[in-house]
Design a protein around this ligand. Structure first.
Ligand SMILES: [Fe+2]
Ligand SMILES: [Fe+2]
Length: 285
């Protein structure tokens, strides 16, 4: 799935277009809603809905690159649609959930730097490595959510989103290859950005989204909320999701995606996640 040629990329790109009207909302089955997954979906809907701000940030960082800016704007529209689809599903599952109000709470407390003229990753190539890592994470996350959920409408939404995220990964990877040729970011630089962005997956953005979506009545405790979110999110993963994620990360830093290094990193990553879920579940009990 990770290797692709330009022709197949164009076909894939065109084939994956969808709108909220393509989701079979009438098949929603309340009895199959998992309350823990619902919490994750509410949080994800806020982060995705914020895609417009990220697109503006990217347009600032890539000033003068009209081709990339056009792609980033299109990407932002798709991310917003992910947020709208997940938010609409969350409101079906929990009629007391107000998606628009939750989005407003989230953006009131978490803002992307809309005026940035340079990437926080140090270079445009670094920014694209970070975007590849984010899309790797979301592609694997929505695949795992689709497989973990028994609710048929959520399954469809998550599969659609997971396919988009994989396409986004390929989009940023294509531009990364172009910028690597221009900027010459070496292997260690790419690896440093990738590891830094992976570490940030437990940072304030997801934790605050989880808080704003699920517990706005409580005072925000970043550390506790990050664990509450990560404990539930890690629990939906299976080993093959981690394996695929590692392959995508390895490719983004210029290493062989599927080989001995993948097996080693997958074993370490999978064990690390399982240990964390077990420890945090004990602490939460
Ligand atoms: Fe997304
Ligand atoms: Fe994406």
């Amino acid at each position: 799935m990770i290797g692709f040629c330009r022709e197949s990329w164009v076909r894939y790109n065109a084939a994956m277009r969808w709108t909220l009207a393509d989701i079979p909302w009438e098949k929603f089955d309340r009895a199959k809603v998992d309350r823990e997954i619902l919490r994750l979906v509410k949080a994800a809907s806020l982060v995705e809905r914020n895609g417009e701000d990220y697109a503006r940030y990217l347009c600032g960082v890539f000033a003068g690159d009209a081709v990339f800016q056009a792609a980033a704007r299109k990407w932002g529209v798709e991310e917003v649609q992910h947020g709208e689809a997940l938010g609409r599903w969350a409101m079906l599952a929990d009629p007391s959930f107000d998606h628009a109000a939750a989005c407003a709470r989230f953006t009131a407390g978490f803002r992307v730097d809309l005026n940035a003229a340079a990437s926080v990753r140090g270079s445009r190539a670094g920014e694209l490595v970070a975007r590849c890592i984010v899309e790797t994470g979301t592609s694997c996350y929505y695949t795992a959510l689709a497989e973990a959920s028994a609710e048929p409408v959520l399954q469809v939404i998550c599969r659609r989103i997971a396919a988009d995220e994989l396409r986004h990964y390929k989009l940023f990877l294509t531009h990364l290859e172009r910028y690597l040729a221009q900027e010459g970011l070496g292997f260690w630089g790419r690896l440093g950005v990738a590891l830094g962005r992976i570490r940030e997956s437990e940072d304030d953005e997801l934790a605050f989204a989880y808080h704003a979506a699920n517990h706005p009545e409580l005072a925000y405790d970043r550390r506790r909320t990050a664990r509450d979110h990560a404990r539930r999110a890690y629990a939906i993963y299976r080993r093959h999701h981690v394996e695929r994620g590692i392959a995508m990360v390895l490719k983004a830093v210029g290493l062989t995606p599927n080989g001995r290094l993948n097996r080693l990193a997958t074993n370490l990553g999978w064990r690390f996640m399982q240990r964390r879920v077990a420890r945090w579940s004990r602490e939460a009990a």
